[in-house]
Design a protein around this ligand. Sequence first.
Ligand code: SIN
Length: 531
Amino acid sequence: MSDTRFDAIVIGSGIAGLRASIEMARGGARLAILTKDGPTDSSSDKAQGGLAAVLSDDDEVSLHYEDTLRAGDGLCHEAAVRVLVEEGPALALELIEWGARFDHEGARLALGREGAHSKRRILHAHGDSTGREIVRALVEKVRQTPGIVLLPRMFSIDLILAGGRCAGLLALDERTDTPVALSAPALVLATGGVGQVYAETTNPPQATGDGMVMAYRAGAEMMDMEFVQFHPTALCLPGVPRFLLSEAMRGEGGRLLNASGERFMVRVDERAELAPRDVVARGIVAEMRRSGHACVYLDMTARDAAFVRERFPNIAATCARYGLDIARDRVPVAPCAHYIMGGVKTDLWGRTSIPGLYAAGEAACTGVHGANRLASNSLLEGLVFGARAGRAVLGDRPVAIAADVAAGGAESVRSIDRASSAAVVAGLRRLMSAEAGILRNAAGLARAVRGILDLEGGLGERPVSREGVEARNLLFAGRLIAESALRREESRGSHYREDFPGPEPGRGRHSIIAPGAPAPDLPRVEVHDFI
Ligand code: SIN
């Protein structure tokens, strides 16, 4: 690579990373976007339901604010939620100006409804391919904006610190299979989530928690890692990937039925299928346990068949590949891992506890989602806090620090052989699903923590490979989730403890993990104060 020094580096090409990059480049920064596969290989690109924003006359920002707080179950950072709902609409309109084509009904934007929203406020595109359309428009905008270089197949391994600041990173250039060191006075982590820590997830294969773990290993504070959202309705067929069946299907009249054809959610919550996700996911698990059946069914037959196929063309086409007609058949569904509310702790401008290091989107934790994210608030979060992180970098004007960023720093990375890492990851995913999933208890979570330590022993000392580093990252992330879940002795939002079925009295407290120092090996989560 010829150019290795930039004003800023962004890791990740989802909505948060792209939006942050555009903001910085418009302010005159010269920057690189690193992405470990192609620019459209992200969770943002796969998002179906949409982007929540108050854009209709019969909606109000205060209602979106209240819905978000209610879903977050006492743990939302209220100032962050205010920023989200107040700044979101203008940024959504700006996306339209930049060429994003959202669905319309006549001349007006078509607004969908999803669980726990009191109004129709979900922008969607091509029915159920909203993320793809937004990412398309943003990548196009990036390509037209001078100062940004997109570096695909560049796998980030570890951050480089100098003088207590983030000074760059070590990466693996997968095109040449060589390590490279890149330097910049500001680095924005927009690496997305960690769904691959579970056996069943809606997340793409790239969701291995790379940014979170790099930040943690460099000494950044992490927040609320126990809060993992399980989407209630993923396709559940033997041997078939857990494809998402958007919450918007329930918003458009979809009903959940048990094996006997009963609408069981009406017994669980007065909002039935449109209760918050954690309530619906637990309702489904309880029904599966009661009936001994491996799934429940999503039934769209209350709506006109042509409407259903036109509104959800991507879902219809995918299900058709498995012989299912979403307009007429009961589609087998079960919950699976979807989104992590926790992540690298940031302020309202994406600043982490390490100077020069910023985070936005799913990798970050602003506290905006509290203990449970409201549907379609994540694309909005990426947009709003991505733009803010970009503005913060411009305003902070971090200075470049001379650092030893030679690629020889690779020996700081524990290297692992490809075959052993595949076995380790498979073991981790089974363990996390069994012991740290929707229903949790102390004994199971302790087994998860011990099991992760055992798995760590299975990683060999071989040359650096992407698979090996991803395995390392997944182990770290799994450990952070399990340790945090063990410490939180209450049930709140997405975190349900069978041995502590109610919330602690009073307002919720955040869990903070503060590593003492950069740790080459798996962390012991020593400090776990609640604030
Ligand atoms: C969905 O379409 O159900 C997913 C949207 C989201 O996770 O917010």
